[in-house]
Design a protein around this ligand. Structure first.
Ligand SMILES: NC(=O)c1ccc[n+]([C@@H]2O[C@H](COP(=O)([O-])OP(=O)(O)OC[C@H]3O[C@@H](n4cnc5c(N)ncnc54)[C@H](O)[C@@H]3O)[C@@H](O)[C@H]2O)c1
Length: 345
């Protein structure tokens, strides 16, 4: 069977996870090109993964007729222009989350892909994780009856970089860590969110409070879905104890708990009540298999000419929820999702 020939655009932290998947672990795809304007990153990537083509300008890469698809993993502010140019060049597109910076940009990207007949898949890899996927399958099996409420948390260990303290640009943890929870809960609820209320506070970086009074490292969000399901999301950054991503689905007939804070499948707690199980240290390790499954799904939807399993609409809605969440934190009030849909960046 034909293989999808892929070019990676953006050879940074997340880009190299995709590069390693496409360099041998994706059945119907192969990595043939790398692109990054930062020559040091391009050189390092090329030393690790041998490809016939390297580019410092994505516009040049898009002219190569051998490239069937691009994986866009640049900083978010460049996603819009690169995706539109790739669609016009007839390349299928995988784009990392957050999709773009505004609803208008997302709409333009979706439209360009539709007009040029190319696939657009968004990077919500939890949908391909064995455990999160099982949660969805169990909901659909009806084993817990009707879903009534959902809970999801992501707590990340990384120390915030200076730019993250300015939440009007970074969104803070609601964007950095909770955008995946928003997607997971929309997926589990099978419904769009009607309104949300989010509250946040800075506990771990009090020394930054004077310069960045709006910064928060901890937040709780309550969501009301259009179908009546109630959701809660816990977000925290710089938690130090590891990377912690779990979900809980409560139904009329039971409960499903997805994920564990511990890397070990066996938990040991000894007499001084100390838990000896290792924590999960990073999203890179927790979701290592999910990234490969995600890449396989992208290649397969191109080969089989099927709809991508995670759409541009999913990317747009996750961004709208992040925007509504930050608005709620800053304005200290519940926000209807319809309030942020027409907002420009
Ligand atoms: N799905 C996930 O869990 C996940 C995890 C981490 C990051 N991300 C997303 O992936 C994207 C990249 O994040 P990162 O952490 O890898 O950033 P990064 O800064 O480590 O890497 C970005 C790379 O893009 C390159 N770049 C910049 N402009 C470019 C251009 N015009 N053309 C080609 N390359 C360009 C940079 O030189 C750099 O090498 C962001 O949108 C981020 O939110 C998603």
């Amino acid at each position: 069977m034909k293989k999808v020939r892929v070019c990676l655009i953006g050879c940074g932290r997340a880009g190299m996870i995709h590069a390693r998947s496409y360099a041998g672990k994706v059945k119907h795809a192969e990595l043939i090109a790398l692109c990054d304007p930062f020559e040091e990153n391009l050189k390092l990537a090329g030393e690790e993964i041998d490809v016939p083509y390297t580019y410092t300008d994505y516009k040049e890469a898009l002219q190569n007729p051998e490239i069937d698809a691009v994986i866009v993993v640049t900083p978010t502010k460049f996603h819009h222009d690169i995706v539109i140019a790739a669609a016009k060049a007839g390349k299928h597109i995988f784009c990392e989350k957050p999709m773009a910076e505004s609803a208008k940009e997302c709409d333009e990207m979706i439209e360009a892909c539709k007009a040029n007949g190319v696939k657009l898949q968004l990077g919500f890899m939890r949908r391909f994780d064995r455990n999160f996927r099982r949660g969805k399958d169990l909901i659909e099996s009806g084993i817990i009856g009707q879903v009534t409420s959902l809970r999801s948390n992501t707590h990340g260990p990384s120390e915030p970089k200076e730019w993250m303290f300015d939440v009007r640009n970074s969104y803070g943890p609601i964007g950095e860590v909770n955008s995946h929870d928003f997607d997971t809960l929309r997926w589990y609820a099978g419904s769009e969110v009607k309104s949300l209320y989010a509250v946040g506070h800075n506990f771990r970086s009090p020394e930054m409070a004077e310069k960045y009074p709006e910064y928060y490292d901890t937040c709780q969000t309550i969501l009301e879905f259009e179908n009546g399901i109630v959701g809660t999301i816990s977000g925290a950054q710089y938690v130090k104890y590891g990377y912690d991503s779990r979900a809980e689905i409560l139904g009329t007939e039971g409960i499903i708990k997805v994920g564990s804070q511990h890397a070990d499948q066996v938990e040991v707690t000894v007499s001084d009540q100390k838990n000896l199980s290792d924590s999960v240290v990073s999203w890179r390790t927790l979701f290592a298999d999910a990234y490969i499954a995600e890449a396989n799904a992208f290649a397969d939807c191109i080969i089989l000419d099927e709809e991508p399993p995670v759409s541009g609409h999913d990317g747009k809605m996750a961004l709208m929820l992040v925007k509504a969440g930050l608005k709620s934190i800053l304005e200290k009030r519940p926000v209807q999702i319809s309030e942020v849909e027409g907002e420009e960046e």
